[in-house]
Design a protein around this ligand. Structure first.
Ligand code: C2E
Ligand code: CA
Ligand code: CA
Length: 865
């Protein structure tokens, strides 16, 4: 059904109705045709039958009349012949009826009374020859006449049916009329009664006809029915198709409109024409509905576009323009004005548009920055922020039927308000984003932007730029020692001094965070710019009077020059950073200019730092132990655990190299715990196997570890699960590290002592304001740094300092240990000074656990008296 294409009716329902019509018309039409055909056949049969009956009857009467006429003429002729008065008149009359008359003797016995006999013979040409014979009573002669064919058979002639006369004497029935039809014929046979008048063999009359009206009509009956049926069918169908089409055309249009809506086309209008009917009503309301929804959706889309623009932080300007483009059409305003007033610059920007075109007007009105500018009054205010106010003014235009214009205006207003807020927010963010909150110098973002501009300009002017990375030396210590307030003040003073030193130099200055600064200088002259950089360093090294303090710090500076050391800000900053790193390594307080070779050392550092992260898990660490020998009896009392890292490809990496990396990256916390645990385990094992004479193990602590908030907690946990008492562990910490946050450090060290650990001040004598802190620091052992020991005999002061340290320690009741003892002399001198224990290559290098056991056994054997 669905395949059926009925071209002139488009809608499916129309097609269905049409086919239904076709069905209900065709069925009765065919039935009526068949019935009427049968009826007419029946009627025709009846009529034909009657006709034939009547015809044979009249033919019979006529035939009888003619026979009787013939009889009387024959009788007259007979009489005339008998009287010999057979005249011309008689002959004429006889000739019209008879073809031949003769008197002849009878071949039958003469009858008692007169007899008339009719007999039939068949002529040569097949026609029946009828003769009449009159035999008078008692006469032996008869008169015989052969009847004229025409006279007798004339009335058998008919155009419509066949009439036959037959009888015993007929060779075959004699028929006249149209040839005898063979099919569906009606035959009427009636006996021809002439016996009351004549003797002779009986005749029968037969009439045959095909009751075919078609024969009498110009066209065939079947065709007639077909034509009539077809014509009426066609008529009905075309009429019904016409009406169906008329009825369903609006339906088709509705369908097309629905499809259009499905494709989000709300502009399609269902054409309404012709008489008012339900379809038209539906189409009307459909059009209204589609227009309303279409308009709403278009409105929504515009709102969504504005929202999108706001979310994408598109400039306020473009959002206002976008709104203006649509505002008049959706709110029915003839013209819309949106004004934005910048409170600080006092600039008012007015956007005026009617939906087709718009223009922007900027006015400068100082003094009225905060007041809305006439003619726009506060009633038109959309939004007001610290820096911006926005106003809207709509000039009435055509009505927008069917929509709540007020809510639409509100929708525009609220979006514009959000856009204003967002613009403000953006402004603040941009300002904030580009500046460092503490020093108000540029931050990294601002620097990158400025540097980008400076690079562009330098490229155009074919000039060079110096990018200087600056890291303060000793700032962390100041921060930790005197607190963040002091640290912040110091940073601000650094910023001020840098700004002052670079004033008028067209330089960009930034603080990247912490104590890292960057400044960028145009290179005017090779010598001059280097002097300027040196000048900055000099400025920074000058004493900082902060509150009651007089603080001195230094700085390490790395310089990369555009364009030879990098063409973009990334390269330049990275290379300047590398150079700064080299400056730190080179002993700080110095300026280093970038060199391509720095790249490889930095790559190595990056790689090492990465590998360090997985070194614990991959069991690349182990500990070695360096014995500490008592001066009194030269027995080994304890050993210092020292960390070793065997890198899978680089092999042995010295601790000096990786400990700093571990501290920088914070990995030292985990590594430190590992060391502590490993050392404790080792001591536990030694104790379990018997007395090897070692009472204590010294473990190095990084200040980063000590300052870690979970440090004490974790150490306590380690000790809980170990079988070794804390009293067997000495923790070594460099005193320089302690002054960073002296209070916390003191508290933590106290806590460690409470747990049972002894504390050693490592590398004593090389740090900061060492001596003054000694009275407050909780510690048990002083470790004289190896630099003093190695300087004995070389530097006079070394011995003096060492003896002063020993004296001080003894006064404070602390134990003194010297490390880096490489010769017998050094050992002797230190023993004489009163140092309790000695450590150094003279006794032993750091040893693996098993080697240490062998060493101890060997020494004990040596020392045994
Ligand atoms: P340190 O704590 O001062 O350790 C002593 C360093 O002096 C060791 O170097 C040791 O091998 C070396 N030394 C010992 N006797 C002599 C001598 O007679 N002459 C000379 N010239 N040197 C001697 P090492 O093992 O290379 O360690 C270097 C630094 O690495 C250590 O200095 C320590 O600060 C740090 N370190 C080592 N292991 C650890 C650890 O487990 N944790 C922490 N936080 N730092 C560690
Ligand atoms: Ca140490
Ligand atoms: Ca040391």
């Amino acid at each position: 059904m669905g395949r059926l294409q009925i071209g002139f009716v488009r809608s499916k329902i129309g097609k269905k109705i049409f086919l239904f019509f076709l069905f209900i018309i065709a069925v009765p039409l065919i039935c009526i045709s068949v019935l009427s055909r049968q009826l007419s056949d029946f009627v025709l049969d009846q009529a034909t039958d009657q006709l034939l009956r009547d015809s044979t009857k009249s033919v019979a009467l006529n035939l009888l009349d003619r026979l009787r006429g013939a009889e009387s003429i024959l009788r007259i002729v007979n009489t005339a012949k008998n009287n010999h008065s057979y005249n011309a008149d008689a002959v004429n009359r006889a000739n019209s009826v008879f073809s031949q008359i003769s008197q002849e003797p009878s071949n039958r016995p003469s009858p008692g009374k007169e007899a008339v006999r009719v007999s039939v013979t068949t002529a040569q040409d097949g026609w029946p020859e009828v003769s009449m014979e009159i035999a008078e009573a008692g006469s032996s002669r008869v008169i015989r006449g052969t009847l004229n064919r025409t006279y007798l058979w004339e009335n058998l002639e008919s155009a419509y049916y066949t009439l036959c006369v037959g009888g015993e004497e007929f060779e075959e029935p004699h028929c006249q009329g149209p040839p005898r039809p063979s099919l569906s014929t009606i035959e009427i046979e009636r006996p021809f009664y002439f016996r009351p008048y004549f003797d002779g063999k009986p005749w029968t009359l037969l009439a045959v006809a095909a009751p075919d009206v078609a024969d009498y009509l110009p066209i065939k009956l079947g065709a007639l029915f077909a034509y009539v049926a077809a014509a009426s069918l066609l008529l009905t169908l075309s009429v019904s198709a016409f009406f169906i089409r008329r009825a369903t055309t609006p339906l088709d249009a509705l369908m097309l409109a629905t499809k259009a809506i499905r494709n989000k086309d709300f502009t399609y209008v269902v054409p309404v024409a012709g008489m008012r009917d339900e379809f038209r009503d539906v189409a009307d309301s459909f059009n209204v509905m589609a227009a309303t929804i279409g308009d709403d959706i278009a409105f929504m889309e515009v709102m969504a576009r504005i929202d999108e623009a706001i979310l994408a932080h598109r400039p306020l300007d473009s959002i206002i323009r976008l709104s203006l483009e649509h505002l008049p059409a959706f709110t029915g305003a003839a013209e819309a004005r949106i004004a934005v007033v910048d409170h600080f610059s006092a600039v008012r920007t007015s956007y005026v548009g009617n939906g087709r075109s718009h223009f922007v007007e900027t006015t400068f009105s100082p003094g009225q920055e905060n007041a809305p500018v006439a003619p726009i009054d506060a009633a038109h205010l959309i939004a007001k922020t610290d820096t911006l106010s926005a106003f809207i003014d709509l000039i009435d235009g055509p009505d927008v039927a069917g929509h709540d214009v007020t809510s639409r205006i509100d929708a525009f207003k609220s979006r514009l308000a959000i856009a204003i807020q967002s613009e403000e927010h953006e402004k603040v963010l941009v300002a904030r984003a580009a500046r460092d909150g503490l020093t108000k110098l540029l931050n990294r973002l601002g620097l990158v932007e400025r540097l980008g501009e400076m690079i562009q300009r330098s490229a155009l002017e074919n000039r060079h730029l110096a990018v200087v990375y600056l890291d303060l030396d000793g700032f962390k210590d100041v921060n930790d020692a005197y607190g963040h307030d002091t640290g912040d003040k110091l940073l601000n003073m650094v910023a001020d001094r840098m700004s002052a030193a670079l004033l008028g130099r067209d330089a960009a200055i930034a603080r990247l965070g912490g104590d890292e600064f960057v400044f960028v200088l145009p290179v005017v002259d090779e010598d001059i710019y280097k002097k300027q950089i040196q000048g900055v360093l000099h400025e920074l090294q000058t004493l900082y009077p902060i509150d009651d303090l007089r603080i001195q710090i230094g700085a390490s500076l790395g310089v990369a020059v555009y364009p030879q050391d990098g063409s973009g800000h990334d390269d330049l900053l990275r290379n300047a950073d590398l150079a700064m790193y080299e400056a730190k390594s080179a002993g700080r307080n110095t300026v280093v200019y970038f060199d391509a070779s720095f790249n490889s050392s930095s790559a190595e550092r990056i790689e090492l730092r990465r590998d360090l992260a997985s070194a614990i898990d991959q069991q690349q660490f182990h500990l070695v132990y360096q014995p500490r020998v008592a001066c009194s009896d030269r027995f080994t009392r304890s050993a210092e655990a020292l960390l070793r890292w065997v890198h899978p490809t680089r092999g042995f990496v010295p601790p000096d190299k990786f400990i700093t990396l571990a501290e920088d990256s914070g990995l030292i916390v985990d590594i430190g715990y590992w060391v502590l645990k490993e050392a404790i385990d080792q001591l536990g094992k030694w104790r379990a196997t018997g007395d090897i004479g070692i009472e204590k193990i010294s473990v190095n602590l990084s200040p980063i570890q000590l300052m870690h908030e979970k440090f004490i907690e974790t150490v306590e946990e380690i000790m809980r699960s170990s079988h070794v008492p804390a009293t067997s562990i000495e923790l070594e910490i460099t005193e320089g590290a302690l002054i960073r946050d002296i209070e916390t450090a003191v508290a933590k060290l106290r806590r460690l002592q409470e747990i049972g650990f002894t504390i050693a001040l490592d590398d004593f004598g090389v740090g900061y304001s060492a001596m003054s802190y000694l009275s407050v620091l909780p510690f048990d052992t002083l470790k004289i740094d190896k630099s003093f020991v190695s300087s004995f005999g070389v530097q006079k002061s070394a011995y003096a300092i060492a003896s002063a340290i020993v004296a001080l320690a003894q006064a404070l009741d602390k134990e003194v240990v010297a490390e880096g003892v490489e010769t017998a002399e050094q050992a002797d001198v230190l023993s004489d000074l009163g140092v309790e224990e000695l450590q150094g290559y003279y006794f032993s290098k750091p040893l693996k656990p098993d080697d240490l056991v062998s060493y101890l056994n060997a020494r004990r054997a040596d020392l045994r008296p």
